[in-house]
Design a protein around this ligand. Sequence first.
Ligand code: HEC
Length: 193
Amino acid sequence: MKVSAWITLAFPALLAGCAIGPSAEQQAALVADARKASATLIQTLGGELKTALAEKGPEGAISVCKERAPQIAADVSKQFNFGTKRVSPKNRNPAGVPDAWEAEAQAGLEKRLAAGEKPETLDTWQIVGTPGGKQFRYAKALPVQPLCLTCHGDSATIPDGVKARLATEYPLDKAVGYRPGMVRGIVSIKRTL
Ligand code: HEC
């Protein structure tokens, strides 16, 4: 192939890859994948949490949140080729602090919730520029359900055994005082493009 032909062919691809970013179709595919990944995380973790609560009680179920949640997030990350984690402005795990994009995303989702959107389907995404290149970012709201209150509700309603374990394992815990329907945190997903 002549060099001029190569340049003509390659140049639009370079533009699409670097300067302009992913096409509308590519973006739609990223969002669809992120929705699948977050649903997989939520369903797997939720299922294990329900089983553990029924079989081991709330104190025993703490280990699902502590050990299984990060493992499931790692599995989902591998399966879908994303970075996947759970974060919250009122975090329990010290590593669960949101970055600026995540904090803004959750605040936006909370506004949409207040404006009447259903909590179950609240999500948002963006292509952002970073020093390392363009990045796809996605956030899915984690609404508080009645079953979350055992460990994230008002301090008075959390069983004593759970309170004691949380106090030992998470001395800096901020993740209490929630009511059903509030946004507990987000599933945060990203991929460098
Ligand atoms: C059995 C107790 C228990 C129940 C029930 C529970 N959680 Fe948690 N949750 C925890 C613990 C413990 C952690 C800290 C996990 C860790 O060490 O990473 C946590 C962490 C989280 C985090 C990560 C951010 C942070 O604060 O560290 C989110 C988000 C979260 N929980 C949401 C929920 C939601 C939504 C529900 C209900 C569907 C729920 N949790 C039910 C105990 C519980």
